[in-house]
Design a protein around this ligand. Sequence first.
Ligand SMILES: NC(=O)C1=CN([C@@H]2O[C@H](COP(=O)(O)OP(=O)(O)OC[C@H]3O[C@@H](n4cnc5c(N)ncnc54)[C@H](OP(=O)(O)O)[C@@H]3O)[C@@H](O)[C@H]2O)C=CC1
Ligand SMILES: N[C@@H](CC(=O)OP(=O)(O)O)C(=O)O
Length: 376
Amino acid sequence: MMLDGRQVKVGILGATGTVGQRFISLLGSHPFFVVHALGASSRSAGKPYKTAVNWKLPVPIPPAARDIVVKECVPSEFAECAVVFSGLDADVAGDIETAFRAAELAVFSNAKNHRRDPDVPLIVPLVNPSHFAIIPHQRLLHSPPLHRGFIVTNANCATTGVVVPLAALERAFGPVDACFVTTMQAISGGGYPGVPSLDILDNVVPYISGEEEKLQWEMLKILGGLTRNEGVEPGAPPTPTFDMHASAPLRVSASCNRVPVLDGHTAVVSVRFKRRPPPSAQQCHEALAAYTADASELGCPSAPPHPIIVHDEPDRPQPRLDRDAQAGAGVNVGRVRECPVLDIKFIVLANNVCIGAATSSIINAEIAIAKGVVVV
Ligand SMILES: NC(=O)C1=CN([C@@H]2O[C@H](COP(=O)(O)OP(=O)(O)OC[C@H]3O[C@@H](n4cnc5c(N)ncnc54)[C@H](OP(=O)(O)O)[C@@H]3O)[C@@H](O)[C@H]2O)C=CC1
Ligand SMILES: N[C@@H](CC(=O)OP(=O)(O)O)C(=O)O
């Protein structure tokens, strides 16, 4: 056990939302995180959680959270929390998370606002926990420098599913230099109440605002390295920067669609490798199935035993059948086969509200504790 029975107090911002409810549910049975403070808008503040929330999960609200009084999202209400998870609406997440960091709180965010900050890591826990190495630099940029505060973001839910198999393939066979992605994204990705039923039933909506640009950009930050440039002034400390996959340029073209599925984003992916000749479909299948993640090796309790489950049946993975495998913490891949245009193509399914959102933040916080980035 990572903490030898000790508990860690955590807070949740946006606790009443779609992602917030997943945090509450997952943390209700966590071995060492204990929910201590909940925050949401002024519409919810002052009410017990069970009254403030429009609970939508098919399991009861965990008893420990039911009677916690929801607070405004101000740092003083969360001062005792060693970890703060954010499932805030992107309209407000940016400034609130900045204020929490400045108050020396460790923020693990699902929102898009800080993902592009040059000093903030964008961490998919099954792929790039090495990017935690930028946190000391992020703290130094503040005046006066921070001791405990920082922001870590996790990725867009569709990005998350795709980068896990790409990381496995790059680890085994070197850089991927071109990638086509077409997604079929669940309704829950848009938060509650999401697309009106009359727009999504019996239909496919071939547009999700801003989504394609996020996939195309986020994949480069996640799959790229962290380089250490020498300081400009003599004797100045090196400045870490994200290389955006610059050592081997990766071109990504994404097409995103909303489909009438409740949870679980599916993507069809085709890739071209830099290496010639490319690996065979069988070699790719084996590399995907053999992929391991540092999170498991660090003993993170929420990490899935298998980061990637590779399906052999020709009609899998499917959202209804496969999204809850390993509590939604891993990624499902199927139909690994040769592509007559690029090299290899396959299907990915990832649970957008679990590994695509709350579960990623929770594993990131577990990794931060294991690496000593959060001291408890
Ligand atoms: N749904 C998904 O699959 C994914 C979502 N995300 C991101 O996670 C975040 C949350 O998404 P989701 O749960 O779907 O969104 P919801 O709309 O379901 O929930 C939003 C939350 O933000 C709170 N909030 C809204 N306005 C304010 C305010 N002014 N001050 C404080 N709190 C406020 C709401 O509180 P109240 O109930 O009081 O209004 C609610 O708790 C978003 O940034 C989203 O982009 C990331 C990956 C996947
Ligand atoms: N836009 C995603 C969910 C989401 O909120 O993404 P992001 O965190 O990148 O804004 C979807 O609709 O499925």
